[in-house]
Structures are given as structure tokens and as C-alpha cells.
Design a protein around this ligand. Structure first.
Ligand SMILES: O=C(CO)[C@@H](O)[C@H](O)COP(=O)(O)O
Length: 203
């Protein structure tokens, strides 16, 4: 599990859930875990505003607990999104580098708004650890999402820094996760300001 560090935290008002955050930004929890449904309530209690799970991991948790009883372990992100919304949080859905962006279209095109997340997260490194190299070849996914959903919150995570943020922002990302670039900086506030600036000048 990792906690994202979104430096651009304003979720666009028209996609906001009724329960607003506390005015101090959005507590965006990126759940890089295999059974994301298990932790939804715990994280809601802990103050999470936006619960982001992986498309690849959205397997029914009951089925995952009893594999022998599970004959069709199928991905069910819609159920996850509805469940997150029912707990009063916003939902995000993440895809790993090897996952096609097309899998998200069915999810965002759904006419049932309770099953539509407020954010898409395009991983720009393989999930695992900080300090990896930004994968610029993920940008076509961001561009495709931005073209199809002009108002969507699109997050990128992995290898973002002052050097790479322009590429991501130019492609259409408006929520930037940065680990080592911020926490390893002499002046984290300056880096955060630069990352924000890169996004804001394109909005
Ligand atoms: O958890 C992950 C990747 O597994 C990311 O959230 C990274 O931790 C971000 O760190 P940097 O790439 O910015 O150092």
C-alpha cells in the first residue's frame, strides 16, 4: 500500500462528491494492494477522501478469500466504485504500465454515475518502489484519456519531478504524485510550487 502525495489536490468541483474534504486538500489514498475492497471502511474511518484502487486488483474480495469456491474470479471495478461512493468517499482507478487504457473507457462511459470514478491514475513506473525512472511512453494513455474526458482528473505516479512534469502536464495530467523529487529536495516547497505551476499553466 502506498499513500500518494498529490501536489495538485483540487478535485474539479463538478465531479466532487457531496462530502467535501476538510478544506486542507484531498487525502488521496492510492491502494496498491491485491484486495482493495477489504480496506475501504478502515480508510474511510481514518479520514481518506479519495480511495484509489488498481483495476488489475479489483477482484471480489469474498472470492479472493475462498479461492476454491471461486469459479469465475472476475474483475469487478464497478462494484468497487459503488462501494467506495457508498462510504462517502470519491473513487479513483489506477492502471499499471502493462494495462491498456481502453479498459477504462467502459468504466468512465457508464451512465450510472454511482459507478463512475472521479479520477484515473496512469502509473508511470511499475508499482513497487520510489525512485524509478519516469516512463514517458505512458503519455499516449494520458493523452487518450484527456481527449475523451476533458474534465477528468488524471493522475500520474512514478518518476515525476521538475524535469518530467512538463511532459505529463502537456499530455493532460492534472494530478501529480511525487515522492523522491519532493522528499529528497532541499526545498520541498519550491519543488511542489514548480510541479503545481507546470499543471496550472496548462489548465
Ligand atoms: O509507489 C509508487 C511506485 O510503486 C510511487 O508512488 C512512488 O513511490 C513514487 O515515488 P517517486 O517515483 O516519485 O520517487
Amino acid at each position: 500500500m502506498t499513500f500518494g502525495h498529490p501536489v495538485v489536490t483540487k478535485i474539479r468541483p463538478h465531479v466532487d462528491r457531496p462530502k467535501e474534504s476538510n478544506g486542507k486538500g484531498t487525502f488521496d489514498c492510492h491502494m496498491m494492494i491485491s484486495e482493495p475492497k477489504k480496506w475501504v471502511k478502515e480508510f474511510q474511518k481514518a479520514g481518506c477522501d479519495l480511495y484509489c484502487f488498481h483495476y488489475e486488483a479489483a477482484v471480489d474480495s469474498t472470492a479472493a478469500e475462498s479461492p476454491e469456491a471461486n469459479t469465475d474470479k472476475k474483475t469487478n471495478p464497478k462494484e468497487m466504485i459503488r462501494y467506495i461512493h457508498e462510504q462517502g468517499m470519491r473513487a479513483g482507478i489506477a492502471i499499471k504500465p502493462g494495462t491498456d487504457v481502453d479498459v477504462l473507457y467502459e468504466i468512465f462511459d457508464n451512465s450510472n454515475k454511482e459507478e463512475v470514478p472521479e479520477m484515473a491514475l496512469v502509473m508511470t513506473v511499475e508499482p513497487g518502489f520510489g525512485g524509478q525512472k519516469f516512463m514517458a511512453d505512458m503519455m499516449p494513455k494520458v493523452q487518450a484519456l484527456r481527449k475523451r474526458y476533458p474534465e477528468l482528473n488524471i493522475e500520474v505516479d512514478g518518476g515525476l519531478s521538475e524535469k518530467t512534469v512538463d511532459t505529463a502536464a502537456e499530455a493532460g495530467a492534472n494530478v501529480i504524485v511525487a515522492g523522491s523529487a519532493v522528499f529528497g529536495a532541499k526545498d520541498p516547497a519550491h519543488v511542489i510550487a514548480k510541479l503545481r505551476e507546470a499543471v496550472n499553466k496548462r489548465r
